[in-house]
Design a protein. Structure first.
Length: 133
């Protein structure tokens, strides 16, 4: 099962560090909507533990044809990458995991994060042009 939700439903949603908490730290939703998303992740964990269901919760950055502002350059997920990840989703061997759904953006807040969505290689970048080494 895959449960997708926006990545911006936690406190300090405008800071770079909001989703870089140590594993096992508690969530800090910033609205009732955020509470509902955290509840969905907790429910996924319950079902994974109690029934053996394979559950992947995907925290989606922002899906649009192009990023709408500077902040979204870091969290953008292209429609093509979203479709590609949906077609090639593999949860084999995963009991429960929370991962991030973002494209291969050079400014990505999640670039060093190994918790990317299964099957998401991030072919697109939010900024055109060659990458600087």
């Amino acid at each position: 099962m895959v449960f997708a939700r926006p990545a911006t439903t936690q406190s300090a949603s405008t800071t770079r560090d909001r989703d870089h908490r140590p594993p096992g730290s508690y969530p800090k939703p910033d609205s009732r909507y955020g509470v509902s998303k955290v509840f969905g992740e907790a429910l996924g964990s319950l079902y994974a533990t109690s029934t053996g269901m394979e559950v992947v919760c995907v925290r989606i950055g922002n899906v649009n044809p192009r990023p709408m502002d500077k902040r979204r350059l870091s969290i953008w997920l292209s429609p093509r990458d979203l479709a590609s990840s949906s077609r090639s989703r593999s949860t084999a061997g995963i009991r429960f995991e929370i991962v991030y759904g973002v494209s291969g953006n050079r400014r990505s807040w999640y670039e060093q994060c190994e918790r990317r969505a299964p099957g998401l290689r991030g072919a697109d970048d939010s900024e055109p042009g060659p990458r600087k080494s």
